[in-house]
Write a protein that binds this ligand. Structure first.
Ligand code: PBG
Length: 330
C-alpha cells in the first residue's frame, strides 16, 4: 500500500464488499414504475403470432393484448406503448386514424379495464399504414412531404386520444408535428392527452428487427431525410428543445445504449421527463449473443437497463420489461 493517499480514500472496496453494502449504497435503481412495455396489436381476436425478427415478441389481437397487459401489471408495469399493424395500407396512411382500427380497439379495452391506473401510450406515425412505408405522405417527386403529413398525424393522434390514449407518441420526425398535434388535440377537447415526442430519434440501423414486426420498411429510399444523423448529438438536443417549445410533455431519445451521451445531455438540458428506447436491434443483439452462449442473458439485460437509468433516463421503453421484473434482473 502506498502512503500518498489516506486509507479512507484508498479503500474504496469497503462500499462494495458485501451484497448488503452494495444494495444499500447503490446509486441507480430501476423501478417497475419507470418501465414502458411496447406491444404490437393486429385486428381480429384470439391472435398471437410470433415475430420472426424479434424472439419472444408477438403480434396480438386486442383481446389477447388485454391479457398481456394484465400480466405485465402483475409484475408492476404501469405503462404500455402500442404499435398498430393494420390490415390495409394506402399512400396516405389513412388507416392510422381509423377509429375502428386495432390500436383504437386496444386503447378502449385498456381504458375500460384499467382506467387511470394504467398509462397507455399510442405510437403515432404513418409508416405502418402507408403503402410505401415512409413516415409521412409523399409529394409528386416521391419525397416525404413534411407539411402535408402533419394533418394526417394530427388526425391519428386525435383518434387515439378519443379511443382512450393517455399519451400519444409521435415517432415520424416531421417538423412541426408536436405543435400540430397539440393544436388538434386541444381543438378536439382532448386537453388531458399528453405528448411524448420521439424528439432525438436517430436514423438507426438498430431498428431493423422492428420493421419486420410492424411490416414498415420503406419500399424505396430510407429515412435519413427526416430521422437524425447518428453523428450529431447537438441536432438531437435542438429537436428536443424545439419539441418542448411546441408542447411536448415528455421527450424520447432513441435508440438507447449507443446514444447514452444524448440521453445524459437530454436529462441535463430539459426539466421534462426523458425516455430512452432500448430498441429492437439492441434487443436482438442481446438475444442472439445469449443464444450463442457469448453472454449471460439476464445479467446483460439488467445491466443494459440500469445503464440507461444511470445515464439519466426517467422512463425506459424496453421489450424486456416484464421478463426483467419477473426474473429479478433489475
Ligand atoms: C415508427 C417507429 C420505428 C420504431 C418505433 N417507431 C421504426 C422506424 O422509425 O424505423 C423503432 C422501434 C424499435 O426498433 O424497437 N416510425
Amino acid at each position: 500500500m502506498t502512503n500518498d493517499v489516506s486509507p479512507d480514500t484508498h479503500r474504496t472496496r469497503r462500499l462494495r464488499a458485501t451484497p448488503a453494502a452494495r444494495a444499500v449504497t447503490r446509486e441507480t435503481r430501476v423501478s417497475a414504475d419507470q418501465l414502458v412495455q411496447p406491444r404490437f396489436v393486429v385486428p381480429g381476436s384470439g391472435i398471437r403470432e410470433p415475430i420472426g425478427s424479434m424472439p419472444g415478441v408477438h403480434r396480438v389481437s386486442p383481446d389477447v393484448l388485454e391479457k398481456q397487459v394484465a400480466a405485465d401489471r402483475q409484475q408492476g408495469i404501469r405503462s404500455t406503448l402500442l404499435f398498430g399493424v393494420p390490415e390495409d395500407t394506402d399512400p396516405e396512411g389513412r388507416a392510422a386514424a381509423d377509429p375502428d382500427g386495432p390500436v383504437s380497439e386496444a386503447l378502449a379495452r385498456l381504458e375500460e379495464r384499467f382506467g387511470d391506473d394504467h398509462l397507455t401510450i399510442a405510437d403515432t406515425c404513418l409508416c405502418a399504414y402507408t403503402t410505401h412505408g415512409h413516415c409521412g405522405v409523399l409529394d409528386d417527386e416521391g419525397r416525404v412531404a413534411n407539411d402535408d403529413s402533419l394533418s394526417r398525424l394530427a388526425d391519428a393522434a386525435v383518434t387515439y386520444a378519443e379511443a382512450g390514449a393517455d399519451w400519444v407518441a409521435p415517432s415520424d420526425m416531421m417538423d412541426g408535428r408536436v405543435a400540430a398535434i397539440r393544436r388538434a388535440l386541444d381543438d378536439a377537447g382532448q386537453q388531458r392527452t399528453g405528448i411524448l415526442s420521439y424528439a432525438a430519434k436517430y436514423h438507426s440501423a438498430f431498428y431493423g428487427p422492428f420493421r419486420g414486426a410492424q411490416e414498415s420498411a420503406p419500399d424505396e429510399g430510407d429515412r435519413s431525410s427526416y430521422q437524425l444523423d447518428p453523428a450529431d448529438a447537438e441536432a438531437g438536443l435542438r429537436a428536443l428543445r424545439r419539441d418542448v417549445r411546441e408542447g411536448a410533455d415528455a421527450v424520447m431519445v432513441k435508440p438507447g445504449l449507443p446514444y447514452l451521451d444524448v440521453v445524459h445531455r437530454a436529462s441535463q438540458e430539459t426539466d421534462r421527463p426523458v425516455a430512452a428506447y432500448h430498441v429492437s436491434g439492441e434487443h436482438a443483439m442481446l438475444e442472439d449473443a445469449a443464444r450463442a452462449g457469448h453472454l449471460e442473458r439476464g445479467p446483460a439485460i439488467g445491466e443494459a437497463l440500469v445503464c440507461l437509468a444511470r445515464a439519466g433516463a426517467d422512463l425506459i421503453v424496453t421489450y424486456h420489461a416484464r421478463e426483467a421484473l419477473e426474473e429479478g434482473w433489475i
